[in-house]
Design a binder for this molecule. Structure first.
Ligand code: NAD
Length: 368
């Protein structure tokens, strides 16, 4: 029997509530006895600021580096809108991404059959949709220097963000994209803005060269990021894997989330490079935030968080069967008509966060 070490960072708002449902699923696996998960827990975001006046402690980052996977909830909320910029809740997450070198962010957008009508698009546009947006996560506009607001001689202020990418940064994310595509429908769209940004020119050249050198069996398309945004709405099924930079990936993956119906359904994984022992740093989190409008009311949809844990089972622990069991349980619960408020439809039964979590466990019990 193997033991896996998880670091739980629930964060703020509904992050705490949806985390509790994953904890119950882990308890279920632990009781079953084929795999054992040890859980350490830490503070991050606003909760950490309230306790320690920083958004994450150094010792928590060290624990994250030692763990087999970090299970992250969400951070932020109006309560911390006025805290200093460098200790704002999001800074804790950005530091984890940077210190663990989590350069590859996987965001699947899958439309469960029972939810095809919940999408903003027509059923035939999204039914059976299964696309993966792969976002570069540690470079580009969010980290490039200079990043500053300066006061000019005439008293005006000027803000500067800088988009920076090196060849190796582009190569390593593109390689992950090609490798994932080989396990899927073997098609990659690389999205950038080479028409107006030199970072886009280098991105395009580098992806083209890597494709030619090592991945010529994979179908590669280059697409301008703005056209990609349009095509995602026009006909999303044309895509399989979309690989793109940090800024465009942030926007395109949120757009893709609407194809699936609700932010509450979207899991994500962030992976680092493999070390010499083949171990990859990894952080799993739902795409959604802390949802202050429903926090503390037992209304949050826990499926994105639970599905993020299923990604951990698959990508960090090679437990594909267990991952599939969790995903099938989610699909079955939806087929039976259970819905949290965000995905509620006529004729379905509205349930709470805890009831949805329990229903997934009941299905897992039935499947095992
Ligand atoms: P949000 O994702 O928190 O909420 C957007 C809308 O979707 C809300 O109406 C919310 O109720 C709904 N929603 C989101 N997740 C849901 C779920 N699981 N179940 C049911 N409904 C759900 O985004 P926001 O309102 O823009 O941000 C709120 C706070 O969260 C802000 O402080 C923001 O900075 C933070 N945030 C954090 C992360 C993160 O930690 N990774 C990501 C996004 C936003």
């Amino acid at each position: 029997m193997t033991t896996k070490n998880l670091l739980f960072l629930p964060g703020d708002g509904i992050g705490v509530e949806v985390h509790a449902e994953v904890k119950r699923i882990i308890d279920w696996f632990n009781k079953r006895g084929t795999v054992t998960f040890n859980i350490d827990e830490g503070l991050v975001g606003g909760a950490c600021y309230d306790a320690h006046k920083v958004s994450i402690l150094d010792e928590t980052v060290d624990l994250a580096k030692k763990s087999d996977a970090v299970i992250f909830g969400a951070v932020g909320g109006p309560k911390w809108d006025d805290v200093p910029f460098d200790v704002r809740p999001e800074a804790g997450l950005l530091r984890l991404r940077k210190d663990l070198d989590l350069f590859a962010n996987l965001r699947p957008a899958i439309v469960y059959p029972a939810l095809a009508d919940a999408s903003s698009l027509k059923r035939d546009h999204v039914e059976g949709l299964d696309i993966l947006i792969l976002r570069e996560l540690t470079g580009g506009t969010y980290f490039g220097e200079p990043k500053e607001i300066v006061t000019l001689e005439d008293g005006q202020k000027r803000a500067v963000d800088t988009t920076v990418y090196t060849t190796s940064e582009i190569e390593r994310i593109a390689a992950v994209g090609f490798e994932l595509a080989r396990k899927r429908s073997n098609k990659v769209h690389s999205a950038e803005k080479r028409n107006v940004m030199v970072a886009g020119v280098l991105w395009n050249d580098t992806v083209t060269a890597l494709h030619k050198k090592s991945f010529s069996d994979v179908e590669l398309h280059h697409i301008l990021a703005d056209n990609c945004a349009m095509q995602l709405i026009r006909w999303p099924k044309q895509f399989d894997v979309i690989v793109t930079d940090n800024l465009f990936g942030d926007v395109l993956s949120d757009e893709a989330s609407m194809l699936t119906g609700s932010l509450g359904m979207l899991p994500s994984a962030s992976l680092g490079a493999e070390d010499e022992n083949g171990k990859r740093a990894a952080l799993y989190e739902p795409v959604h935030g802390t949802a202050p409008d429903i926090a503390g009311q037992n209304k949050a949809n826990p499926i994105a968080m639970i599905a993020s844990f299923a990604m951990a089972l698959r990508y960090s622990f090679d437990l594909g069967e267990e991952a599939q069991m969790v995903e099938t349980a989610i699909s079955n619960v939806l087929d039976k008509g259970l819905r949290t408020g965000d995905i509620m439809q006529d004729g379905m039964e509205e349930v709470s966060t805890t009831a949805m979590g329990q229903a997934v466990i009941t299905e897992m019990e039935a499947l095992s």
